[in-house]
Design a protein around this ligand. Structure first.
Ligand SMILES: O=c1[nH]cc([C@@H]2O[C@H](COP(=O)(O)OP(=O)(O)OP(=O)(O)O)[C@@H](O)[C@H]2O)c(=O)[nH]1
Length: 662
């Protein structure tokens, strides 16, 4: 087909790349496209077994990535994009689908399976066109396609494989290699679009844009005008994997004859609502559910259905209709049922310092580990095997020998007590304080109050509470861990170059303050916290403390606040009852002159309060405080004279908001 100019057709439109891949960003930027990047939160967990061909899996994943961003933006970013682009790259060899390796061993498994062979690289791409309607609802039109490129690898020696793996390059790349960099050494030939291997089939994308903007305008318009009748028949939520497969076939809308017909192009219209309107979930599920019902009704005689991997499962009913339980549904429900076991296994392994042990002495067998952690052989073996199944440990078995264990990357990065981003202290806090509290959740829900008294005996209450030295140190370690993980993201969320002095209220060990001084050379930060906290700070001082960070002891609810032109409140407000929130905000407002800043960092709930689960689950601990959305925080701060200048929803554990005193 003759290609016409297309990139200019997108000028003036809000184009969003729903991808965290630096390569996709680079490819599209080099093509002259202007766009925003909003990485998708869609987890790449569709059940591959449910797709007839590998490209269908890549296309469906790309579709879900793009739709997740298209649906999130009106709520979280308070704007509706015109176009959202999602992509997913996979490698297939010998009937297997290879994605990004989870660790070095996985990379080895992938690369050795590619050695000396030709394989296919598929990139699925989804283009979601968003149409805001007059009633503020949004229609989504979906165009998807895929591109295949064949790549042949040379025979690779073990040394070559490990040298390449140890370069670190494979880890965030489909199939475990980057053809554009060191991975290029491994490749004998490429048949097809090179950029498709790198992560984005630019040429095919431009051809699709050409079809959309230069040929199909009228057909798209006519499809769009059908949106009302289709609006209630397509799910507003990502379908489960089997639904995904079915809706793939069922909701494609045949187009009028046009140049588009020669392309594998289909359109799906999915309505949702902008923030002012609740998403109509209930009444918009029917088409794919309907398809499910139809497709399963023929199985109702023997009350068993076959899943794609030949497993047989009983039928279940949904709203009076008999439907198949999908593998995805069953996995999800088991995950929820067993979640508490996984958490407790993690807390226990962390408390027994298993990850520290296997870091200093990788390759121990279960008996050796049991001896070191002074635990039973049987219990240790169960714990080690559970940790392997959870992806925290790796085990290797040599012929006729017992398996030996070492940390998986996740444990090395987060679970060692001396890792830069260690969560060891936070896990101890979860184990000692949150676990007993949550085991009284039923009463907490019935009574709507914290269950501290019930959860802890008098002695334990003392140890668990922050009034004992032990409890205080444990709590400080937990806060220190979270501040280390989130600190850089919060400190760099906004341009703070106009501020010279900041005060981190309840800044605990100063971990966040040090991130701020590191990110902003002209800034000094005072950490203001209770005297007992400041006293214990010596345990957390960095090796080379920045002298622009100082500590002042005091109670932010009672004492005069240190003078500053930026106040920082990180993870404070959600834990305070309303009256204390107002006392604190009034004190900050009094200390501020016009133009002073207030940087708030919390988990911001979605505006419809449907997520994120982290925030909503935290609320179940029934502390005296509450979880709020960004808008709720904005209004709260506005009532104390602070105008919200910027809101940043981050991919880290906390979000951030910068407000200015009017
Ligand atoms: O030769 C190369 N092959 C592949 C890549 C990169 O691999 C990843 C593929 O992963 P995925 O499609 O899941 O995309 P993510 O990186 O996770 O980003 P999303 O946010 O879009 O999910 C992709 O980054 C390719 O660029 C490569 O670099 N070279």
């Amino acid at each position: 087909m003759v290609l016409n100019p297309v990139i200019s057709k997108l000028a003036g439109k809000l184009v969003v790349l729903a991808s965290a891949s630096p390569r996709r960003l680079e490819i599209l930027r080099s093509a002259g496209l202007r766009f925003e990047v909003v990485p998708s939160w869609f987890k790449e967990t569709l059940d591959k077994g449910l797709f007839k061909a590998p490209y269908e899996y890549a296309v469906e994943t790309a579709k879900q990535k793009a739709l997740e961003v298209a649906r999130r933006m009106p709520f979280k970013h308070l704007k509706t994009p015109d176009i959202v682009i999602g992509a997913d790259t996979i490698v297939t060899v010998d009937g297997m689908i290879l994605e990004k390796p989870v660790d070095k061993h996985d990379a080895y498994r992938m690369l050795s399976s590619l050695s000396g062979k030709e394989h296919s690289v598929f990139t699925g791409v989804a283009i979601v066109l968003c149409h805001e309607k007059e009633n503020e609802e949004v229609d989504y039109q979906l165009i998807d396609f895929y591109e295949e490129t064949k790549v042949k690898f040379a025979d690779l020696s073990e040394d070559m494989l490990w040298e390449y793996i140890n370069s670190g390059e494979p880890m965030d790349k489909a199939g475990g290699y980057g053809i554009q960099a060191l991975g290029g050494m491994l490749v004998e030939y490429v048949h097809g679009d090179f950029l498709n291997v790198v992560g984005f089939p630019l040429n095919h994308f431009c051809k699709q844009l050409d079809l959309i903007y230069n040929f199909c305008t009228s057909s798209l318009k006519s499809t769009s005008s059908r949106s009302d009748s289709l609006a209630t028949s397509v799910p507003t939520q990502p379908p489960s994997s089997s639904q995904a497969l079915l809706s793939h076939n069922s909701s494609s809308i045949p187009r009028p004859s046009s140049p588009c017909d020669s392309q594998r192009l289909h359109t799906q219209i999915t309505p949702t609502a902008s923030p002012a309107h609740k998403v109509k979930r209930e009444d918009s599920e029917s088409e794919s559910s309907q398809t499910l019902v139809n497709s399963t009704s023929k199985h109702t005689d023997n009350r068993k259905v076959k899943l794609h991997d030949n497993a047989t499962l009983p039928l279940v009913t949904r709203r009076g209709q008999v439907v198949e339980p999908t593998r995805g549904d069953l996995e999800r429900i088991s995950e929820l049922m067993d979640g508490f076991k996984a958490s407790k296994a993690l807390f226990t392994a962390s408390k027994l310092c298993l990850f520290d042990l296997l870091h200093s002495r990788p390759g121990l067998d279960a008996a050796q580990v049991a001896q070191e952690i002074k635990a039973s052989a049987k219990g240790t073996e169960c714990l080690l095997e559970a940790c392997v199944s959870l992806g925290l440990l790796k085990s290797t078995e040599k012929a006729c020998q017992k398996p030996v264990y070492e940390n998986a990357d996740l444990a090395t990065d987060f679970l060692r007590s001396d890792a830069s981003f260690s969560l060891h202290g936070y896990l101890q806090h979860c184990n000692e304080t949150m676990w007993p509290l949550f085991s009284h959740l039923e009463s907490a829900v019935q009574e709507g109050t914290s269950q501290r008294e019930k959860a802890f005996s008098k002695h334990m209450l003392q140890a668990a509470s922050t009034s004992s030295r032990e409890g205080k140190l444990r709590f400080m370690k937990a806060m220190h861990n979270i501040a280390k993980i989130t600190g850089k993201t919060i400190a760099t969320a906004f341009d703070l170059s106009t501020y010279k002095s900041a005060c981190d209220l309840g800044g605990c060990t100063g971990a966040l303050a040090y991130e701020f001084t590191e990110a902003h050379p002209g800034l000094s930060v005072t950490v203001f916290d209770l005297p007992a906290v400041v006293e214990l700070n010596e345990f957390f001082r960095p090796q080379h403390p920045d002298n622009r960070v100082s500590f002042v002891a005091g109670d932010f609810l009672k004492d005069e606040l240190p003078k500053a032109d930026l106040y920082i409140l990180a993870r404070i407000l959600h834990d305070l009852p309303d009256e204390k929130v107002h006392i604190l905000l009034s004190k900050i407002a009094d200390a501020c002159t016009a133009g002073c800043g207030l940087l708030l960092s919390e988990i911001f709930l979605d505006e419809d309060r449907r997520g994120p689960s982290r925030g909503l689950l935290q609320a179940l601990s029934m502390s005296e405080g509450k979880q709020r959305s960004a808008t709720e925080y904005s209004l709260l701060l506005k009532s104390h004279g602070f105008i919200t200048a910027h809101i940043r929803h981050t991919d880290n554990l906390l979000d951030a908001m910068l407000c200015i005193k009017a």
